[in-house]
Design a protein around this ligand. Structure first.
Ligand code: ADP
Ligand code: MG
Length: 265
């Protein structure tokens, strides 16, 4: 009878481009013609060399930056600025050093006008979810790098966003802790049914986490290719199918490199 209704994507970018002025006043396109949908509950990784526009893309979804051209919508609504529907986690621990872990998580809720008992309750819940219940009263300087990023995730989730934006969140973390944080993030993603946009430099991290990997290329920044990762969770790095997708993404970068060399020739 009626056509099936497809739910609106959580995030949608259409013909998005970003022009920057350098310190010398020269204009250059950091990002051109980006079309991307992130589905409700979907985990998407973006990967690419430095300067290909990954952070610019995330900043536009977060609402920190308006695109020069094109449209960005979240849950069908045009993005005009940051909002409680999107949580952001950066590579550096963007925690307030003078606040305890608990107060860091509560911070955004106070601004939203939530009463103290509710703030407390939600912070407790999120600190438990991120494995930090025992460290709630510690200050950032008393926490390891991995724990600080757990606080940053808890804080980003405090306003109950549908979309979590993460800019190389585990890049500065040692390999063992990083593997733990990746597993924990997948558990949180499944529990809260979030849409996640996660930037990384690391192919293995992308294949471990994402349902789709957006391979980006520089000069100007753009989407080179989008690669599906149709593997069930939890994933095993030793699985030959994991290795095949890893190699596939490696090939995309090799091809990119070849194209640049040809272009330079
Ligand atoms: P990535 O995160 O992939 O490393 P960015 O999005 O940070 O890339 O940057 C893309 C390009 O835009 C780079 O060439 C960078 O130098 C430039 N750029 C980023 N932010 C600004 C800015 N505020 N003003 C001018 N140029 C910028
Ligand atoms: Mg960046």
């Amino acid at each position: 009878m009626s056509a099936e209704l497809t739910p609106a994507p959580a995030v949608s970018l259409r013909e998005v481009s970003q022009l920057y002025a350098s310190a010398g006043g020269e204009l250059h396109w950091a990002l051109t013609d980006v079309d991307l949908d992130i589905g409700a509950g979907e985990f998407v990784c973006a990967i690419g060399p430095s300067g290909c526009g990954k952070t610019t893309l995330l900043n536009m979804i977060a609402g920190f930056l308006q695109p020069t051209l094109g449209r960005v919508t979240v849950q069908g609504q045009p993005v005009t600025g940051p909002g409680p529907d999107r949580g952001v986690v950066f590579q550096e621990y963007a925690l307030f050093p003078w606040l305890t872990a608990r107060r860091n998580v509560e911070f955004g809720l106070k601004q939203q006008g939530l009463a103290r008992p509710e703030r407390r309750a939600r912070a407790e819940e999120l600190l438990a979810l991120t494995g930090l219940a025992h460290a709630a009263d510690r200050y950032p300087f008393e926490l390891s790098g991995g724990m600080r990023q757990r606080v940053a995730v808890a804080r980003a989730l405090a306003t109950q966003p549908q979309v979590l934006l993460m800019d190389e969140p585990f890049a500065a973390i040692d390999a063992l802790t990083r593997a733990t944080l990746q597993r924990e993030l997948l558990r949180i993603w499944e529990a809260l049914q979030l849409s996640i946009f996660f930037i990384t430099h690391n192919i293995e991290e992308a294949v471990f986490l994402a349902q789709r990997v957006v391979v980006m290329s520089p000069h100007p920044g753009r989407i080179h290719e989008i690669i599906e990762v149709p593997l069930p969770y939890p994933r095993e790095r030793s699985d030959p199918a994991f290795g095949a997708i890893y190699a596939r993404i490696g090939q995309a970068f090799a091809q990119l490199h070849g194209t640049q060399e040809e272009a330079a020739a």
